[in-house]
Design a protein around this ligand. Structure first.
Ligand SMILES: C[S@@+](CC[C@H](N)C(=O)[O-])C[C@H]1O[C@@H](n2cnc3c(N)ncnc32)[C@H](O)[C@@H]1O
Length: 270
């Protein structure tokens, strides 16, 4: 059982500690570890199965990661210039845990936490990341961690609750954000009306943080129709394409050279 020294109860903010197959706080609130190994911190009406990314989206992303499409990003993340090595990491919207697993290995991080709302994401993440504590929780709520208790919080293509990230980071801790640039998969957009990338950018300066590094990760990749199909399936645009009944698979070419264009930005809390 993990020793989540910094985990807090989502109902009363008291420390949460492992007791048999659940986590409990001194106020008597209890949260069960699911048989798949993740800890659900959802409570009351929050407990719906169909929230966060769907199973089809999670499986499509898993195939894309296995096809090593994001290898240039993996390499960039492995060489991030940490002045002080992080000993703990929390990934927000960790999906099936692909990038979390790489960060743990590349930087030798001892304590790791992945958080996602999707039940299918946390099931897969808990299966692959045995050394991490995987949490099912909603990023619209306060993060279930004590103030100043984490060395690194990362959000990779996921929501960024900045005030909460700042609260749970210790002074000198790092925030890592990865998000798409405007020309990300531009060639694929010529075939399909995918959502425009626009509001993703972070400001160059964040109050209370010092910018440490910002890398534009880019490359031209030769992608098969299967990979292109998975890139569409894992994107938020899939909801609209499905709702509108677009026969989007029929529009995909047999293969396509497409531009990967994402930015990885590292900040340090002052
Ligand atoms: C684009 S995926 C990125 C997954 C992973 N970081 C990766 O890059 O492989 C975004 C993830 O954020 C999760 N997510 C979206 N809204 C969320 C929320 N309100 N609370 C927790 N997770 C959320 C989704 O379920 C999904 O797994």
């Amino acid at each position: 059982m993990h020793q989540p020294a910094h985990l807090t109860c989502p109902l009363c903010r008291a420390a949460l500690v492992p007791v048999e197959k659940s986590y409990r706080c001194a106020q008597g609130h209890a949260f069960d570890v699911a048989k798949e190994g993740y800890l659900s911190l959802l409570h009351g009406r929050q407990k719906g199965e169909g929230r966060g990314d769907s199973k089809a989206m999670i499986l499509a992303r898993d195939r894309v990661h296995h096809a090593e499409v994001f290898e240039p990003l993996v390499k960039t993340l492995a060489t991030l210039p940490f002045e002080t090595k992080p000993r703990s990491v929390l990934e927000l919207g960790c999906g099936e845990g692909f990038f979390l697993s790489h960060m743990i290995r590349a930087h030798g991080i001892a304590a790791s936490y992945g958080l996602d709302l999707s039940v299918d994401a946390v099931k897969l993440a808990a299966k692959t990341l045995k050394q991490s504590l995987i949490l099912r929780a909603d990023l619209l709520n306060p993060l279930p961690f004590a103030d100043g208790s984490l060395d690194l919080v990362q959000s990779i293509f996921a929501p960024r609750p900045l005030a909460e990230i700042k609260r749970v980071l210790r002074p000198g801790g790092y925030a890592l954000f990865v998000y798409p640039e405007a020309d990300h998969w531009a060639e694929l957009r010529a075939f399909l009306p995918l959502a425009k990338i626009g509001d993703e950018k972070l400001p160059a300066e964040l109050t209370g943080f010092t910018a440490v590094a910002s890398s534009h990760v880019t490359g031209k990749l030769d992608l098969s129709r299967d990979v292109l199909s998975d890139l569409v399936e894992m994107s938020p645009s899939i909801h609209r394409l499905t709702r509108e009944g677009t026969a989007w698979r029929d529009r995909l070419p047999a293969s396509l050279v497409a531009t990967l264009s994402v930015r990885a930005t590292l900040f340090r809390k002052r």
